[in-house]
Ligand binder design. Structure first.
Ligand code: ATP
Length: 576
């Protein structure tokens, strides 16, 4: 397949607002490619060169792209830069200059999709001082053989700004449509994706006709994390879990997924980014385990050896900034409270019941000074659960997580296999994690900082849209205001970002990137916000205030509209 052909589909996708129609276009495009092309095509549609957890960039910045565009179109850099300033999109600028080109270079031939992908992969592996010229010349070669529309997408892609607006759920639907014309295989595809977080590999297997029902976990392919549901109280939790359940301390630490094989260790964050180098003591402890291979999960807390006390995630992060990684490891070593195990010595454990995974986990961590099993009781009594909850709160923890002993590891989903009960914030059963979609300028006393508050949204995971929920004007220290001002200034956007639904217009829109934890007095119904909109009324937060920036979550991990509706229900039941 030629990249120019894919580019025409990209333009159609971009012009489409309906999720279903987008999936149909992606399905048509996938139908045109051969088995080998499916995997790179999926990565490209996702806007990446590899699965997101690899964190690989093409590594071409705006300056290099401007140089390549000017070389190919016979302009000078300043002309290209001036047009970019006007258009705000270097892809459109490339399209414009290539359409004005007198003739294509005689030596150029059309770009095959696989060649484009291989070239970008090659560029991404180049480093060092001499690499810049090679990068420009490789990109120029691609642009030379490109149609103007193709050039637009090549440039956007290599800058990491393709943003077609197709989320992973839409790509999963599209894959199923290639075989059945509908979403018949959605669940089976979703399961495979949740177990490896690599949609390219899933597509490759699926299009080759392999049976995905036997898809299993593999070291160094992070598993999408299991998430907890909420219920109002202990009695309802015990009832929902059918009696006997495990009740565990809910640690307010940093979630880590540890992968181990052949002495190599990788640590993935909650949003599945590699963070191995930041935690040497956990890496060492994992490497020293007797297991040949393993995948397990836990919550890391810093331990103050002198005071025999654990620090929360926020305190741990602050200390890490202050102390640096090495000093921090020496004075406040991390301990990992391991709460699940998904793979051991070549065997996938995700389908086993929790009770049996827990036994394996306890055996693996026996007498380990760094990797400790999470504190747990087994009970069928709501009173015992409530007592354990109160003790946990008194000990400074966030609350408890109750777990169904019979359930498999439910990757990538918020299901009732885990149910959390947290200390309340006002009438709300939990804080929420909202995405910043815009900000306001300061008025009066705040003018000095040019920052007056945030417009935030939650994620509707059915439509993949961000729906506004709160305008937040309090909870910020002066330092935080300054930090926000400069952080958000860098990601300002001229127009409302695609996929954002809001009736309010902030002074500046920003690229949805940062997530903050927000507390509020209660969830209310309001005509101002679009979260869970029914008719003119949506859900909103009353007296919202910012608690902290949540570095370990991106927009895809934000609180969902469904969760807001369930929190609203819990609030209603509690006040009844
Ligand atoms: P929160 O904002 O409440 O931490 P979350 O959105 O990060 O929630 P949830 O699914 O709501 O994720 O709650 C589960 C989280 O609780 C896990 O992500 C994990 O980081 C943390 N956690 C702490 N202790 C445990 C435990 N014993 N078992 C499972 N998860 C635990």
């Amino acid at each position: 397949m030629l990249f120019s052909e894919a580019a025409e589909y990209f333009a159609k996708i971009e012009a489409e607002a309906s999720r279903l129609a987008m999936s149909a276009i992606v399905a048509e495009l996938l139908g045109k490619c051969n088995q080998e092309e499916a995997k790179p095509l999926i990565y490209i549609i996702e806007g990446n060169i590899a699965p997101a957890y690899e964190g690989l960039d093409v590594g071409i910045g705006e300056k290099l792209a401007i140089r390549a565009i000017s070389q190919v179109s016979g302009r000078v850099d300043a002309q290209v830069a001036a047009d970019y300033k006007r258009s705000g999109d270097l892809g459109s600028t490339a399209e414009f200059f290539l359409s004005k080109r007198q003739q294509t270079s005689l030596s150029s031939s059309p770009n095959e999709l696989l060649r484009v992908y291989a070239t970008f992969l090659k560029i991404s592996r180049m480093s060092g001082s001499g690499s810049q010229d090679s990068k420009i010349s490789l990109l120029s070669e691609l642009l030379n053989g490109a149609t103007p529309l193709e050039a637009k997408y090549l440039v956007r892609f290599c800058l990491g700004k393709l943003r077609l607006g197709v989320g992973d759920p839409s790509i999963i639907d599209a894959l199923s449509m290639t075989k059945h014309g509908d979403k018949k295989d959605k669940l089976i595809l979703e399961r495979a994706f949740n177990l490896c977080s690599d949609l390219g590999t899933v597509a490759e297997h699926y299009i080759a006709g392999k049976d995905l029902s036997h898809f299993s976990t593999q070291p160094f392919k992070p598993i999408r994390p299991a998430l907890a549901e909420r219920l109002p109280d202990a009695a309802q939790i015990v009832e929902k879990l059918g009696g006997k359940c495990a009740v565990e301390a809910k640690y307010d630490g940093l979630r880590m997924q540890i992968h181990l094989e052949g002495g190599k260790v990788e640590i993935y964050s909650r949003k599945l980014e590699k963070m191995t180098h930041m935690f040497p003591e956990i890496t060492e402890a994992a490497a020293a385990l007797k297991a040949k291979s393993a995948i397990f999960e836990g919550e890391a807390l810093a331990y103050n050896v002198k005071e025999k006390k654990y620090y929360s995630f926020q305190e741990t992060i602050q200390r890490k900034r202050k102390y640096g990684i090495e000093k921090m490891s020496a004075d406040f070593p991390l301990r990992l409270f391991v709460f699940d195990i998904m793979f051991l010595d070549g065997k996938d454990l995700t389908l086993l019941p929790y009770s049996s995974r827990r036994k394996t986990l306890e055996k693996m961590t026996v007498n380990n000074p760094v990797l400790l099993p999470s504190v747990q009781i087994i009970t069928d009594s709501p009173n015992k659960l409530e007592e354990f909850f109160q003790q946990s709160i008194a000990a400074g923890l966030e609350g408890i997580i109750a777990k169904d002993l019979t359930q498999p590891y439910v990757a990538g989903a918020r299901k009732f296999a885990w149910i959390k009960l947290k200390k309340s914030y006002g009438a709300m059963a939990d804080t929420i994690d909202a995405v910043i979609i815009g900000y306001y300028l300061g008025k009066g006393a705040r003018q000095e900082f040019e920052f007056g508050g945030l417009l935030t949204a939650v994620l509707n995971d059915e439509t993949n849209e961000l729906e506004s929920i709160a305008k937040i004007g309090s909870g910020f220290s002066e330092d935080e205001m300054r930090t926000f001002e400069s952080m958000l200034d860098k990601i300002k956007m001229k127009k409302k970002p695609k996929g954002v639904v809001s009736k309010l217009t902030p002074d500046f829109w920003v690229k949805p990137k940062y997530v903050i934890t927000v507390a509020a007095d209660e969830i209310t119904l309001s005509p101002m916000h679009t979260c869970g909109l029914v008719g003119e009324t949506g859900y909103a937060l009353r007296f919202p205030r910012m608690m902290s920036l949540r570095d370990d979550k991106g927009p895809n991990e934000a609180t969902t509209t469904k969760e807001i509706i369930s929190l609203f229900e819990i609030q209603r039941k509690r006040s009844a």
